[in-house]
Design a protein around this ligand. Structure first.
Ligand SMILES: [Zn+2]
Length: 476
């Protein structure tokens, strides 16, 4: 009996609003513990929450990027539970009337197209953070994150491997980043994912008993945890035993999952409508306005690059896979509208520097304008292209403009034919044999003479100018 995994996801994404979802405290990441909270988000009695309009706009944008239906009527509920990181002892969330329902996201898993259905996306508030101090055997509570707007994306159980899940999460990250609503930094907790997984024979009527994997902090951890859980549940079922329904945690150092709490501990959250937050009824005009304010999504940009610019699909995929690079690329085209040449230099030299750790898109010391000018200087023979790499390296080190780097190093091409001719005369004098061979029809020595001239002129003349001069002198 071959067993087949079925997986569903619950993804939490913190929204990039300036302030929190029910108060005006800063929603920025970090800060001294408890420096970004007020009576509302730290749960003092008698305070009243006020819903952040931008957070509502952002969840609607998220819904549109994932092809969801947007509820015309939406409302908020209290999810009651006690935990030290939740000072109010309830979380404001949405139960029966979430903002977004019934969407889908298409993904490509190793060449195969798959459609993943989205069950719902709702808006809620994040909880705080507990810091456990081993030395004093105590826990400290930091409420800075309390009340950060959070969307929860719940998928249908449409995944059947770790590869499916990773491809989906990478796509979701791109959609949220391009829409400008989440920075998706898993290491800072702004994107988190819980995984529900069960095993059953392929054509079984009923899914197997599922385990929920919580607190997975990276794509790598998600992949390893799923693979381990497939192995663990398969062993149990093949031994004729029952998988327990429970919540499990993943241990990064052992690569194994272990019980966090069992079904018996499952909580009854006693949801009821939040009396402090009025429901919202959206008008068609409001929704249309939000929809049209969405920037171009990665797939749409790729289509333009491939169909209009003639960029290879695999190159376009690399450009869109990072929003910073993609925006930088489009900004470069405003200065120098040569999409292919700009793409080649980004994918070649700039990516190489990034991969070597010598450059970082977030902290590039020059703008797209300067970068585009460097490419243009090479394409228009103002500099020798072979110097472009050196110039880029110096721009990264100093932040100088390409013009300043060329001035300093005397990289400008000299259109001085007298100088080129003098150098070539010298080469002919040193290599009379090669000249004779060429004139006797052995044209392959041309490359040798060309190489000598290139070296002697050290990038101060374009290969075309050198070639023309060489040809005219050899044949003349
Ligand atoms: Zn606050």
């Amino acid at each position: 009996m071959k067993l087949y995994p079925t997986i569903g996801l619950e993804i939490h994404a913190e929204l990039l609003t300036k302030s929190k979802v029910f108060c005006t405290c800063s929603a920025e990441f970090g800060g001294e513990p408890n420096s970004r909270c007020c009576p509302v988000c730290s749960g003092m009695p008698g305070t009243l929450p006020v819903l952040n309009r931008t957070a509502v706009e952002y969840i609607i944008k998220a819904g549109y990027t994932m092809n969801c239906k947007i509820s015309r009527f939406t409302k908020w509920d209290r999810k009651n539970y006690f935990y030290p990181d939740l000072p109010k002892a309830y979380q404001i969330s949405q139960m029966p009337r979430p903002v977004c329902l019934d969407g889908y996201v298409d993904i490509n898993v190793k060449g195969a197209e798959k459609r993943i259905r989205i069950n719902r996306i709702h808006l809620e508030e994040d909880a705080g953070k507990l810091v456990h101090d081993e030395s004093t055997r105590s826990s400290l509570a930091d409420y800075n994150r309390c009340g950060i707007p959070l969307i929860e994306i719940v998928t249908e159980p449409d995944f059947h491997s770790a590869d499916d899940v990773i491809a989906f999460l990478e796509k979701i990250k791109l959609l949220l980043q391009y829409a400008g609503i989440c920075d998706c930094k898993m290491e800072q907790g702004s994107l988190r994912c819980d995984v529900n997984i069960s095993m059953a024979p392929k054509d079984a009527d009923k899914l197997g008993t599922r385990a929920e994997l919580k607190n997975l902090a990276s794509l790598k951890a998600i992949e390893r945890a799923i693979d381990y859980e497939i192995y663990r549940q398969t062993e149990i079922i093949e031994n004729g035993e029952q998988v327990e329904q429970e919540t499990r945690r993943f241990n990064d150092s052992t690569g194994e999952t272990s019980t966090l709490r069992s079904k018996e501990d499952a909580q009854d959250y006693r949801y009821f409508p939040d009396p402090d937050i009025p429901p919202i009824i959206f008008t068609e005009e409001e929704l249309d306005e939000i929809k049209t304010s969405l920037p171009k999504m990665p797939e749409e940009r790729k289509e333009i690059y491939v169909k209009q610019y003639g960029i290879a699909a695999k190159d376009a995929d690399i450009i869109i896979s990072n929003k910073l690079i993609c925006d930088f690329y489009e900004k470069c085209l405003e200065t120098y509208n040569n999409p292919k040449s700009v793409a080649n230099f980004i994918l070649g030299e700039l990516m190489r520097r990034i991969n070597l750790g010598e450059a970082d898109m977030e902290t590039l010391p020059f703008g797209a304008k300067e970068f585009a000018e460097l490419i243009m200087l090479g394409d228009t023979d103002k500099i020798n292209k072979s110097n472009s790499k050196n110039i880029l390296r110096e721009m990264l080190e100093t932040g100088d403009t390409p013009q300043a780097v060329c001035d300093r190093n005397d990289y400008w091409v000299k259109e001085d034919s007298g100088a080129i001719e003098a150098v070539i005369n010298e080469i002919f004098e040193k290599n009379p044999q090669a000249v004779e061979q060429y004139r006797n029809g052995e044209t392959k020595v041309f490359g040798f003479l060309m190489g000598q001239a290139n070296r002697a002129l050290k990038g101060q003349a374009t290969p075309n100018a050198i070639k023309a001069m060489l040809e005219s002198k050899l044949n003349g």
